[in-house]
Design a protein around this ligand. Sequence first.
Ligand code: NDP
Length: 294
Amino acid sequence: MRIGFLGLGAIGRPMASHLVDHDLIVWNRTTSVARTFAAQHGVQWADTPRALAHQVDAAITCLPTSAEVAAVLWGPDGMAEGLAPDSLVVDCTSGDPAESRRMAGNLAERGIRFVDAPVSGGTNGAEAGTLTVMVGGTDEAYARAAVILSAFASRVEHMGPVGAGHALKSVNQALLATNILALGEGLAALVKVGVPAARAVQVLNASSGRSFVSERLIPDRVLSGAWPATFRLALLDKDTSIALAVLEEAGIRGPVLHRVGELLHQARNQLGEEADYLEAIKLYEREAGVEIRE
Ligand code: NDP
């Protein structure tokens, strides 16, 4: 099977590197990134999404939002005109379920299948090939996509029709954001009242308030002072907005997640488009005049 991969960003690049043993063609908006990847891995690169589409049976997109996915499908030199009937689009973007349903409907008119297949596990999981993928689509499209997705995932789950994967991913991200902000507030307060941060985290992690954020992210990235840039806060803000749209569609008021969404949006405005998602915690450190460090 000839596979195309579009979007060699922070997570797309390590995902695509697990597909280099296939007949792989890559495309990236900044062409030099695609060229370098192709040279490093001995695969092909294309200079437009359309050129890529002419050569593949399946195309994987991993772009910031559904808007960029729509643009690489239907914009100038877009893929939709180039993909053969019965080819497959696998959208690994953390996208918008309503947009995905619309795109799937438009592609179906050309006989092209679509699955939404957002991933969880971060850049470390992508490098290790241990991502979790949440897929929305028909049984037949899921079966075809799962074969490809298992190259970089240890868990590929079919969640329902198109949009189900993106809906689940957005709620996951809203929960992640809730944990980050709540831990930022709580830990800043504890340090301020004299509880050592590392000891507080150790004991929380042996108690009922623990989470992935307290067990993994805070020790590895915050207490250590490492603060690596792996996932943009702007993208987490986008994810939480999608979750709020899912709640609205379901008729759920969602005061908790709405407040989290507002706070994330403020943090994005304060810290900028390139800030890492965990940097939201720095705002609480500043407010309390403390550092959450070992
Ligand atoms: P990055 O910002 O690192 O990369 C974005 C990619 O999209 C780059 O290849 C960029 O190209 C391309 N791009 C940006 N704008 C456009 C455009 N207008 N047209 C075409 N291509 C464009 O994002 P990530 O790799 O971190 O994230 C990609 C997706 O994966 C997002 O939906 C994100 O929410 C999700 N995700 C990310 C995770 C992470 O840990 N980073 C974890 C799980 C999901 P260029 O090189 O030209 O800038």
